[in-house]
Design a protein around this ligand. Structure first.
Ligand SMILES: Nc1nc2c(ncn2[C@@H]2O[C@H](COP(=O)(O)OP(=O)(O)OP(=O)(O)O)[C@@H](O)[C@H]2O)c(=O)[nH]1
Ligand SMILES: [Mg+2]
Length: 242
């Protein structure tokens, strides 16, 4: 059995409630229905936590997340929504002591969320995906205990472009940055055109314009699309392209 399933099983045994952390920018892409199914089959409730809400428009987020119940929006970075989240956890546990397993895709902010709730830097975080290796328990207060976990992928997931888009694979580790950048440009074209003030419509031409903006040019004045794509992915993953 892959290690992540071992972790999921262990968390399911120990936890009373499961938090599935989702990236507020990519709710669908970061949901893991296979794990949700497994959690529910074990009779445990899921609380959806939409993290990184500092990077999205809250009104749009409300609209998009209507179906996700119960759910809470937070920004671990800005420490927004943490009190509401604690209240929600205690509401689900009927005010009893509770152990909460924190699951989710790599890099969605599981460890950051745990730190924001506990008010300490107990769970180590990193912009590199796959940072947390084992399970770690962190006490929030006398009632709430959290379990940090490594990021989990669904079994069949092979879509490298999606991993690049959601930061599940860090920009520096993406093998074909041009392909991934072009896929993101295709899917998020209007935002990206607006951000870089580009008129072109074809993803390849857009990437070329971005290379010019980034001044990624090789000696013979030829554009260095590989370098441009890598920088684009880095900025994208760091939330600079809003
Ligand atoms: N803007 C923003 N960035 C965040 C937020 N929460 C986490 N991050 C950033 O997202 C990156 C990943 O955070 P982690 O907490 O390490 O994510 P994780 O889910 O524990 O990652 P793994 O352990 O690798 O699975 C870091 O660069 C964080 O600074 C947030 O609310 N807003
Ligand atoms: Mg982590």
């Amino acid at each position: 059995m892959p290690t992540f399933w071992k972790h999921v099983n262990e968390v399911l045994r120990e936890a009373d409630i499961i938090i599935e952390v989702l990236d507020a920018r990519f709710i669908e892409e970061t949901r893991n229905r296979e794990i949700e199914y497994k959690v529910r089959s074990n009779g445990k409730q899921i609380l959806y936590v939409l993290n990184k809400c500092d990077l999205v428009n809250i009104e749009e987020l409300k609209e998009k997340s209507k179906e996700l119940q119960p759910s809470v929006f937070i920004s671990s970075k800005e420490k927004l929504g943490t009190t509401i989240l604690k209240k929600k956890i205690l509401q689900l546990s009927h005010g009893e002591r509770v152990t909460v397993g924190v699951l989710g895709y790599p890099n969605v902010g599981k460890s950051s969320l745990i730190n924001a709730l506990s008010g300490r830097g107990s769970a180590r975080t990193s912009s590199e995906s796959g940072f947390t290796k084992g399970l770690q328990k962190v006490r929030v207060d006398s009632k709430i205990m959290l379990i940090d976990t490594p990021g989990v992928f669904p079994k069949e997931e092979k879509d490298i472009a999606k991993f690049g888009k959601t930061s599940a694979i860090s920009s520096g580790k993406i093998k074909d940055p041009e392909y991934v950048a072009m896929r993101i440009i295709e899917e998020e074209k209007e935002r990206i055109k607006k951000h870089f003030k580009i008129e072109e419509d074809d993803p390849e031409e857009i990437l070329e314009k971005i290379a010019i903006i980034f001044k990624k040019v090789r000696k013979g004045k030829e554009l260095d699309l590989d370098a441009a794509a890598r920088l684009f992915l880095k900025q994208w993953q760091e939330g600079e392209i809003k």
